[in-house]
Design a protein around this ligand. Structure first.
Ligand SMILES: [Zn+2]
Length: 343
């Protein structure tokens, strides 16, 4: 069955020259996808701006107004890292709406899986405040849509961005209907995501944090997938898997110091595809979060599409190669997380 993708030129309207999260990220992705004629093999899913009620399921109306007002007045900053440009409100509404459309297409069986190539990213955005380059929490909005409008009972969100998705965690930390699993550098921006943050009240053990000291590469991630992500997701039995796909754990990314390669990212995508096939008939929706080395980002996304389309492992294209530096062992953190989650 088919693989869908979301893209729209409105996503380029959120932009600030010189900022790492700028429109060239998507331009690089589209250019590499087209060089490899990948979009010809995909089903385009047309994004629509998110409706106000869907947006306000996750964000305070006053915060939404603040973003709109800032954009209308020509732009400004929400905090030191997070800008609003004149086109940002429209881009952010289209990004959230695009991911909801991708989720709808997969739940309706129009495509087997999908990847929403959206900007701005979302996983740091809190109910009342944007932060960390994020305006609206796209993945949280899509999960709420699946739960409340599509009547799903269990949605898993797997977040392999190098930063902790504090906004997503906060949205669902008391919620037993959502499993949130995050691998991230720690301690690091935004400061949350230690292994002992496991959820609150009815959501206890539904937040699974894998804090990493950095320098973890492809082999470490294989172990984390096999020994934590797969068993905890199997146990939860999600009906849909959403993925906060950040490519800033690449070894050459300027913002962090993890040691994943493009090939390692393709391996993670393969694990997640097989996992979704096992637990929820393959219903898998990726959404773009971070990734600031343009070539690493573009080729990681290219190979992720290859995996979603079912291309063989031998088809991986990795012009940057493996990390030139030694990888850190993950034994201690893997056993700690397994223990706290009774895996
Ligand atoms: Zn990130």
């Amino acid at each position: 069955m088919a693989t869908g993708y979301v893209y729209h030129r409105t996503f380029l309207e959120h932009d600030l020259r010189g900022h790492p999260e700028n429109k060239e990220r998507l331009n690089a992705i589209i250019s590499v996808l087209d060089q490899h004629k990948v979009r010809d093999r995909l089903v385009p899913i047309t994004p629509v701006p998110i409706s106000q009620p869907r947006l306000e399921n996750v964000h305070d109306a006053r915060y939404v107004e603040q973003v709109q007002r800032l954009a209308t007045r020509g732009g400004g900053n929400l905090d030191m890292d997070t800008y609003v440009s004149p086109g940002s409100f429209d881009a952010a509404r289209m990004a959230a709406g695009g991911l909801v459309e991708a989720t709808r297409a997969v739940l309706d069986g129009e495509t087997q899986n999908a990847f929403a190539l959206v900007r701005p990213p979302g996983h740091h955005a809190l109910r009342h405040r944007g932060m960390g380059f994020c305006l609206f929490n796209n993945v949280a909005i899509a999960a709420r849509y699946a739960l409340s409008e599509r009547r799903l009972d269990r949605v898993a969100i797997i977040d392999f961005d190098v930063h902790h998705g504090n906004g997503t965690q906060e949205e669902f930390e008391s919620d037993p209907e959502v499993l949130y699993v995050s691998t991230h550098q720690y301690p690091y921006y935004p400061g949350t995501g230690n292994w002992d943050e496991t959820g609150l009240a009815a959501g206890t053990r539904h937040i699974v944090n894998v804090p990493l000291a950095g320098a973890v590469g492809d082999n470490g991630f294989v172990r984390i997938m096999n020994e934590i992500v797969i068993p905890v997701t199997r146990r939860f039995k999600p009906q849909l898997v959403l993925v906060s796909a950040g490519y800033d754990a690449h070894w050459d990314d300027p913002l962090a110091s993890m040691r994943l390669s493009v090939t390692g990212y393709a391996g993670i995508a393969r694990v997640l595809k097989e996992l979704a096939e096992e637990v929820c008939e393959g219903r898998l929706v990726f959404t773009l979060e971070g990734g600031y080395h343009l070539q690493a980002l573009a080729y990681s996304v290219l190979n992720t599409f290859g995996v979603l389309l079912g291309d063989p492992g031998s088809a991986v294209v990795d012009p940057l190669g493996p990390s030139p530096r030694r990888e850190r062992e993950v034994d201690d953190i893997v056993s700690q997380v397994r223990k706290v989650h009774a895996l």
